[in-house]
Design a protein around this ligand. Structure first.
Ligand code: T4K
Length: 352
């Protein structure tokens, strides 16, 4: 079976080197030495200053909203994984959608300002499939209107924009280290904060608001990453250049053969890619469904990331977003992972 992705598993010996340390110390969680080491190494690798590791990318969003005091209404995109919106609702914040650009698939910055109302406190854009948003325009609108910006950067591990980490834009940027991502810690995530004060507040939030054995300073929850997640994260990080290189070969192979027949996502010209996804836009939903069926019959399972457009989800019920609905109906993400073979890619290409 060929699936849309396949997690990278490091060699057992490389992983065991880290797991042995857990067995030696019996330290399994609660800000242990592997989580600390991974934090340091990721700050260095990614080029960020105030990084907090958490249990998953969903909690990363929730903690970021709390740490930055987001309330009322937040502007966000309907073309994303459901977690971008569900976390807002979970935190009592109302998502209000801004439609997307039909070529980049990211929030259209030209539509942001007209959506701001008195109770808007934040903008939550997504760098969809790792493709950076127009960050300068968004950051400028936020500054002018005194709004916070939290980028859902779940897909952007290692992506650089104008030579710097994309995570350095906004008041915070959140990552997902889920097994399906280019870089993973099985489950996991992180928040890169602009200000150290926000990082300090978030550090309290992820550990029940506890500051010492006998002291509870405020409301918190449990969003900690554990030592086994960090062990996997360290082992995967040891191979990250190899993973990205292999994925880039797959991505380029598809790109070369499909670029003249399909509309592909328009990539930000100032940004690198981590080759997490290969979205293809069909001429209509019918063509997509026909192709999906043909591939499924051959035991190949691409995915409709992101479908449905979130403004059509019953419990979210946003204003209708025409562009997002159109794109969501036509996008199919092809299988991309380090060990995919050329015959398999050829089979995918032949059948689409
Ligand atoms: N924001 C954005 C923009 C996101 O895309 C996401 C997550 C989040 C926030 C939240 O972050 P997390 O809380 O998840 O850290 C997957 C992932 O579960 C999810 O992390 C990801 N985005 C989303 C885009 O995709 P599914 O429902 O597609 O996963 P699943 O289990 O169907 O896996 C896809 C394929 O991968 C399977 O067909 C087989 C393969 N697979 C998967 C797993 C889990 C394996 O081979 N082994 C595995 O262990 O959501």
């Amino acid at each position: 079976m060929i699936t849309v992705t396949k997690p990278y598993l490091p060699e057992r010996a490389k992983l065991d080197k880290y797991i042995d340390r857990i067995y030696d110390t019996c330290r399994l969680t609660n800000d242990g030495p592997l989580v600390r080491e991974l934090t340091r190494r990721l700050e260095e690798y990614l080029g960020v200053k105030h990084l907090l590791l958490v249990a998953n990318g969903t909690l990363a969003l929730q903690i970021a909203y709390r740490a930055l005091g987001i309330t009322g209404t937040a502007l966000t995109t309907p073309f994303s994984f459901v977690a971008t919106s569900s976390t807002l609702i979970w935190e009592g914040i109302t998502p209000k959608y801004v439609d997307i650009d039909p070529e980049t698939f990211n929030m259209d910055p030209g539509l942001v300002e007209r959506s701001i109302t008195d109770d808007t406190t934040a903008i939550i854009p997504v760098h969809v499939f790792g493709n950076p948003c127009e960050v300068e325009r968004i950051d400028e609108i936020a500054k002018k209107n005194d709004l916070k910006v939290i980028y859902d950067a779940a897909h952007t591990f290692g992506v650089r924009y104008k030579g710097e980490s994309i995570l350095n834009h906004g008041d915070a940027a959140t990552l997902s280290f889920h097994a399906t991502k280019t870089y993973h810690t099985i489950e996991g995530g992180a928040i890169a904060f602009k200000e150290k004060e926000a990082l300090d507040r978030a550090r309290l939030l992820i550990n029940f608001g506890i500051t010492g054995p006998d002291k509870i300073e405020g409301l918190g929850i449990n969003a900690k990453m554990n030592e086994f997640q960090a062990a996997m994260g360290l082992a995967v990080l040891d191979s990250i250049d190899h993973i990205v290189e292999k994925r880039s070969q797959v991505w380029r192979y598809y790109h070369e053969r499909l670029k003249d027949s399909f509309q592909l996502q328009k990539w930000n010209p100032h940004a690198t890619n981590n080759y997490g996804y290969f979205p293809v836009l069909f001429k209509d939903e019918e063509a997509l469904l026909r192709c999906q069926k043909r591939l499924n019959e051959r035991d190949i399972y691409p995915r409709r990331y992101f479908y449905p457009s979130l403004d059509s989800v019953e419990y979210i019920r946003g204003e209708r977003m025409e562009v997002s609905r159109d794109i969501a109906g036509k996008v199919l993400c092809l299988p991309v992972y380090a060990e995919i073979t050329k015959p398999t890619m050829n089979q995918v290409i032949r059948n689409i």
